[in-house]
Ligand binder design. Structure first.
Ligand code: C2E
Ligand code: CA
Ligand code: CA
Ligand code: CA
Length: 283
């Protein structure tokens, strides 16, 4: 028994034990949620064109409404889904939902208005999944979504983990006409030497940089340098985490292409996003 050994059994760490139990429970519940398909839903956060303020697209963000615990943040369950492999099923489900939704929204756009894009997050696991291309093709066919409407977001670290393999997958997906974006740019240990080799269309400036901009000229310089780099390499830039009009103005002055953040709109249920699709400008 534990108490007999005194200090010798210091490996039994109650806090760690509780964490493990919690993870196992969440894994079990997430598996059930994926089977039943009632607790998970997708929120859509508008992305605007900085110059005009018009709606440019959405980012699909998964939500879990747990029957006993209520809303569990993706920051909690996505890592569990990643480590258990459940992310492959979860990710496929989000992709299908998002593609179905954008196809529906494109249908109700006024004739002559620009296409909307739908950004979907891809995890490291999905990036290394040999069935990924087949899944994407199948989902496009099933939902009627055009490849050019879809933008897949991947992090630098996910790409760098198996760079050669990831680059081949990105090339194939891009060959289908899908857009690729590097998410949370600036936070991973990215090698700048790799950046120009990546078959991508845009960089997403991590919100930590955007939120620090108002603090100092140095922080603004970092964002400016990311913009310059992106332009040099021919990528669009999306800034995330824009919370104030001051941030939006700074980014506009830097000729940032697209913006996303609470200043414009929060992630919202499809029914609310639906109302924005028909309108020319955000309220
Ligand atoms: P992310 O891809 O960087 O997504 C942006 C996150 O920033 C979202 O958090 C969004 O709600 C939040 N956000 C947007 N605007 C603002 C703002 O102005 N201020 C602040 N403070 N936050 C803002 P969320 O929805 O909690 O998602 C967290 C992370 O979970 C995502 O970060 C992404 O890495 C992951 N995630 C969410 N949905 C999915 C998914 O379907 N698949 C995968 N693989 N990962 C997902
Ligand atoms: Ca993202
Ligand atoms: Ca991000
Ligand atoms: Ca992030």
């Amino acid at each position: 028994a534990r108490e007999q050994g005194g200090g010798r059994h210091a490996w039994f760490d109650p806090a760690m034990h509780a964490r493990v139990v919690e993870q196992v429970r969440l894994e079990h519940d997430l598996r059930r949620a994926l089977e039943r398909g009632e607790e998970l839903w997708v929120a859509y956060q508008p992305i605007v064109e900085m110059v005009t303020g018009g709606l440019a697209g959405f980012e699909a963000l998964v939500r879990w409404n747990h029957p006993e615990r209520g809303n569990i943040p993706p920051g909690v369950f996505i890592p569990i889904a990643e480590s258990t492999g459940l992310i492959v099923t979860l990710g496929a489900w989000v992709l299908r939902e998002a593609c179905r939704q954008i196809a529906e929204w494109q249908d109700k756009r006024l004739p002559g208005s620009a296409n909307l894009f739908m950004s979907v997050n891809l995890s490291t696991r999905q990036l290394n999944d040999p069935d990924m291309v087949a899944l994407v093709r199948e989902v496009l066919r099933e939902t009627g979504a055009e490849p050019s409407w879809i933008k897949l977001e991947i992090t630098e670290s996910a790409v760098m983990e198996k760079a050669e393999q990831s680059i081949r997958l990105l090339q194939t997906l891009r060959g289908l006409g899908i857009k690729m974006s590097i998410d949370d740019f600036g936070t991973g240990y990215s090698s700048l030497s790799y950046l120009h080799k990546l078959p991508i269309d845009s960089l997403k400036v991590d919100r930590s940089f955007v939120m620090a901009m108002h603090q100092s000229e140095e922080n603004r310089a970092i964002v400016r340098i990311i913009m310059d780099l992106a332009r040099l390499l021919g990528f669009d830039v999306i800034a995330e985490g824009i919370e104030t009009s001051a941030d939006a103005n700074l980014l506009r002055a830097l000729a940032c292409d697209y913006g996303q953040g609470y200043h414009f709109a929060r992630p919202m249920p499809a029914a609310d996003a639906d109302r924005l699709v028909g309108a020319e400008h955000l309220p």
